[in-house]
Design a protein around this ligand. Sequence first.
Ligand SMILES: [Fe+2]
Length: 418
Amino acid sequence: MNMNKHNTFKMPLSFVQFSDIHLGKSLVFPEPVVQQIKRNFTTALDELERLEADFLLVSGDAVNTGLADIEEYLEYISRISMPVYHIPSSHDLALGPLPDGSIILNDDPGFWEEKIGQARISFTCKGVRFIFFEPFRKISEKKGLNIFDADIAAWLSGELRKVSPQQPLVIGYHIPVLASGETFSGWQNAEEFFSLLQGYNVMTISGHRHRNDETMIRNIRQIQTGSLAGFQWNGLPPHYMFPVRPGYRIFQFHQSRWYSFFKEIGVKNQIVLEKINNIHTLGPRPQVRPAILSADAELLAKVYSEDAAPEIVEYSLDNKNWNRLEKKSDFLWSEWSGRIPYERFHEKFNVITIRAGFDNQLKVYDSVPVFVRTENEPPADMQSSPEMLFELITDASDQFFSQPEEVYSFPWIPLPCG
Ligand SMILES: [Fe+2]
């Protein structure tokens, strides 16, 4: 068994994205919840050091209440030996906590830049250009918004002039642009932002929603990354508000393509059925976007193992007959693909289950619900199908999940937005 894959695997260009750590104070969350966030952060930092990535990006909401937490945050990041870049946004820029659990909003990054570093960043790493910024603006005492205004558009245009159309480019911000058809939300003037990016070899990455997703907007890939706080930000189990366990994303640039994996912290073996017919299934579970099929199902699965890579990865529609997937690539995680013929789906509602087997007999599982669309039903807009919750009950031991010591239930409170 390869005892430490991380020491033997050298990645050409890789970086790690932490998002929405939410370290620090809250006037409403019980103290054990605040302590759990610290444990999440510490565990993630331990794992980060073993990854030997080129740099860490913290894509916003690093702290819970801005100015009031920044000294504590600095102590944590002083332990990191690789370069760290930040995209400060709503919680980072706050001037402190409010009694109702919200924050004193602010959009001046002055104190952040003094203590941590520039709020707008651009640099080149191993031939790839990176641009990180956030157009967050306070518009009232209680409301902030991303506004892609003339000032930020001029700055970004200047940055883009330094990039050739072929050069790989990654643009990071905290709040993602959400698209429904031709309508955008999350940002004002998002149309102008995407117009500027046309013709570039660009991928965008973000956080904020405490969820994972991947969409195409105007032919530009946008990856959303779940939070390092996970459901443990407010102590409620994943189903209620933030249906993703705490984790971070590892990016790898290989042969002119980006690959990424959302690693749950503290988990040694992890599997996810990430795409069906190139549509992201969200997740890891319980967050899910069920697939809607009218043809064969092309599966993309990803498997992470702290020790040896899995020997076999299989899928099943009935949990009795298992069919092998084919290994496509092997990084820190391995990627597997396969095709399920349409005629194998006998039911209107199906569950595709995948599993990976390891030397030591351990198996890990993931499942995604699938609806079969018949000829007389209207076509579905797959990217906008609703997010749902789905979790397979397995015999996996609790030790594979990073659990809070207790689940704290407390009365409904107004929560600060993502
Ligand atoms: Fe957040």
